[in-house]
Design a protein. Structure first.
Length: 102
């Protein structure tokens, strides 16, 4: 059985992983602790999710991001790196689609 996950960051959510199947054994959104990945990868995904929250103007969320272009680039590079590691650790039993808005 192959598990399909979507990778994107969401306001107010502490994980970037969402199963295609809402009845997934990994939760909806995914509980990182339920996934067969290393503690380091779980910590990195949680860190990125927390960092993403600072990209939002919480006083008025429709406003543009308070991030500089440089911070946006750093975040995207680190998110892509974490996605690569995640895919390697999950292996062939998982398909992780990158659904970030780039």
């Amino acid at each position: 059985m192959v598990h399909y996950l979507r990778f994107f960051f969401e306001a107010g959510v502490d994980t970037p992983l969402w199963p295609e199947d809402m009845a997934s054994p990994y939760g909806y959104p995914c509980d990182l602790a339920r996934l067969p990945i290393s503690r380091e990868t779980r910590d990195e995904l949680a860190r990125l999710s927390e960092w993403y929250q600072s990209s939002i103007d919480w006083d008025y969320p429709p406003n543009p991001s308070p991030w500089s272009d440089e911070e946006s680039r750093r975040f995207e590079q680190q998110a892509l790196g974490a996605l690569d590691v995640l895919r390697r650790e999950l292996g062939e039993g998982f398909v992780v689609r990158d659904e970030r808005l780039l």
